[in-house]
Write a protein that binds this ligand. Structure first.
Ligand code: HEC
Ligand code: HEC
Length: 219
């Protein structure tokens, strides 16, 4: 009886051992994500929900979804706050910000040119007035998160590199789709074009890109 049990266990173990590389090959990773992001969406009642997020690798689908992500990230509503230099950009043609407010260590401007001096909590009505958000600022000097000038390959790699993305893991990256400044892109103030797809479609592409393995396009 005892021996049988042992033999049984041994067999089970060897089956598992054989299955492990297969599982690794299929690379199905399960992440447990408690959805803290729902704090941003007040209409979503139960906050303490636990969701399972399966990463089901598929490089073709992932790269395809990133095409949409890239189009949005490189649109002026997003790129204007993710410049290559230390001065934000303005307008649909992404010209350098008038009066050249500087990034500063925290991304909030320097001396008398603090972003919040002009950018209020909400959009100022009228044309060519500052868009508003309580968090309106550039990424900090130590973590510039540059989009401007990046190829799809470079940008995809940068987004998932914890050294360059503000130490964001998969969970935080997923949540970032509903970040206040990201949402602000779809409420840009009068006279500014919207990003090329809706926020819902952006979020769908962002999640697909990540859940299919966050692959970077070849170029
Ligand atoms: C007002 C300036 C501002 C605007 C506009 C803005 N962002 Fe950002 N973005 C930031 C700041 C600041 C950070 C860094 C803080 C953080 O990570 O929460 C950031 C970080 C990010 C990150 C994380 C970067 C990484 O490497 O993982 C992503 C992704 C992002 N933004 C996407 C967008 C998208 C998409 C839009 C447009 C719909 C957008 N941003 C518009 C300021 C902005
Ligand atoms: C002296 C006032 C002032 C200061 C200071 C200021 N801004 Fe602005 N900003 C404006 C105005 C006005 C506009 C709108 C210009 C237009 O539409 O022609 C604007 C527009 C922008 C835009 C373009 C938004 C879009 O969707 O195209 C970004 C990005 C921006 N500001 C970022 C910043 C950041 C980041 C800081 C701080 C580092 C800052 N601004 C400081 C006045 C200011």
């Amino acid at each position: 009886m005892k021996q049988n049990n042992k033999a049984g266990k041994g067999k089970l173990f060897s089956v598992q051992a054989a299955a492990a590389p297969a599982a690794a090959f299929l690379t199905i990773l399960i992440f447990i994500v408690s959805v803290g992001a729902s704090a941003f969406r007040k209409d979503d009642a139960p906050v303490k929900e636990i969701r399972l997020i399966a990463i089901n690798r598929d490089s073709v689908e992932s790269v395809k979804a990133f095409e949409t992500v890239y189009k949005v990230l490189m649109s002026p509503r997003c790129m204007n706050c993710h410049p290559a230099g230390d001065i934000p950009l303005q307008g649909d043609d992404s010209h350098l910000h008038a009066m050249a407010p500087k990034r500063g260590v925290e991304g909030k401007g320097v001396y008398a040119m603090k972003c919040s001096n002009c950018h209020q909590d909400t959009n100022t009505p009228g044309l060519h007035t500052p868009p508003g958000n309580p968090e309106w600022h550039l990424p900090p000097a130590a973590m510039k998160m540059v989009f401007q000038g990046k190829s799809p390959h470079e940008l995809a790699r940068q987004l998932i590199d914890k050294k360059q993305n503000g130490n964001k893991d998969i969970k935080k990256l997923i949540e970032h789709a509903d970040d206040g400044l990201v949402l602000a892109g779809w409420n840009p103030g009068e006279g500014r074009t919207l990003p090329p797809v809706s926020h819902a479609d952006f979020k769908k592409a962002w999640l697909t890109w990540i859940k299919k393995g966050a692959y970077a396009p070849k170029k």
